[in-house]
Design a protein around this ligand. Structure first.
Ligand code: SF4
Length: 352
């Protein structure tokens, strides 16, 4: 298939992008470093997350884990605690596992080779491209939502496939300064070629932009309607003993994996909750007063968690089933354990 951007046009786009980025780039903390670990961390945190949200997390994370070795040797619970509130916790678990692998298999140096990078958990084509281009100055393309939008509008072709997008991004990044070029493309998508009301009049790519020429740049790329998150219900129980609260660690994999929560079950049946608690911990209980409901919207789920008091009723705590854990927690332990936003809302409810 012939290139959709001729060589002279590519050169012109590159030149204008680099010039614009030199003048307009935002001063972000990860842009002050070429350290592959820091680049990797920032790109991982930035997935599905806004820059303004990431900045304080990025700073705090580096204070706690300033280099790859400190992350590799850390306790996963401490890593999750630093990630608390940022969401998509598998990113943190994968980052920690990948750091361990880099320490073990690569002497603690982040590999620059695409195959080695791609074999690490959590590193897909995008993150690999970002690390290779920004940290190692390799002409590796990146295509995230921002780049996709800029390229789709520049060409104004409906149905531009992922393969073609990567090919185009690969053609653009060929040449000097692949690090700056990729960051310029992403920055343009984040600050100028934004999803709604793109700022075409101030855009360095305005001349020759097919999307802007149609007068309807927002039509590109074509958007498939996203199904709304599925409404689900769950029931959770507040069980106290001598001023402490029973919390359980979720299994390491899956949604909110490794985080701590009150005992809970899908659905709305107190009998199921009591039975599950007995099965998992040996503790007998009965459901008491309703405390209220907490709602939290995840990407694919709109969860309403009804919270009830649980009262002790026989049984004795034993080691929980599976790879979960259960702990009686005072306020000091609760502050130390990684909890989801949902669980913080539940604890607020329980304190009222
Ligand atoms: S001119 Fe408008 S549509 Fe084209 S790349 Fe720039 S901001 Fe996007």
């Amino acid at each position: 298939m012939p290139p959709r951007l001729s060589r002279p046009r590519r050169e012109s786009v590159r030149r204008r992008l680099l010039e614009w980025y030199g003048k307009s780039r935002r001063d972000l903390p990860w842009r002050r470093s070429d350290d592959p670990y820091r680049i990797w961390l920032s790109e991982t945190m930035l997935q599905q997350t806004r820059v303004e949200t990431v900045v304080p997390y990025y700073r705090r994370f580096l204070e706690r884990f300033p280099d790859l070795r400190s992350l590799a040797l850390a306790d996963e619970q401490d890593v999750l605690k630093q990630w608390e509130g940022l969401g998509y916790y598998s990113r943190a678990r994968n980052l920690k596992r990948a750091a361990e692998m880099v320490l073990r298999d690569h002497g603690g140096r982040v590999p620059s080779d695409p195959e080695a990078l791609g074999s690490l958990p959590g590193i897909g084509r995008y993150t690999s491209g970002a690390i290779r281009s920004i940290a190692f100055k390799q002409p590796a393309p990146v295509v995230d939502g921002n780049v996709k939008r800029v390229l789709a509008r520049l060409l104004a072709e409906p149905g531009l496939s992922e393969t073609r997008l990567w090919e185009l991004a690969g053609q653009l990044v060929e040449g000097e300064h692949p690090d700056l070029l990729n960051q310029a493309l992403m920055e343009l998508g984040a600050t100028v070629c934004v999803p709604r009301n793109p700022l075409c009049s101030t855009c360095p790519l305005r001349r020759g932009c097919a999307g802007a020429a149609t007068g309807r740049p927002e039509d590109f790329p074509a958007r498939a309607p996203r199904p709304p998150p599925r409404a689900v219900r769950a029931l959770g129980g507040i069980l106290r003993s001598r001023g402490r609260l029973l919390l359980m660690r979720r299994p390491s994999r899956g949604l909110l994996g490794g985080l701590w929560e009150i005992p809970s079950v899908p659905g709305d049946d107190p009998g199921t909750l009591v039975e599950a608690l007995r099965e998992r911990t040996g503790l007998g209980s009965r459901a008491g007063a309703a405390l209220g409901e907490v709602r939290h919207v995840f990407t694919h789920r709109d969860l309403t968690l009804r919270v009830v008091e649980l009262e002790r009723d026989g049984g004795r705590k034993r080691a929980p089933a599976g790879d979960a854990e259960a702990l009686w927690c005072g306020s000091a332990e609760i502050a130390r354990l990684p909890l989801s936003r949902l669980m913080h809302k539940v604890l607020e409810l329980a304190e009222r």
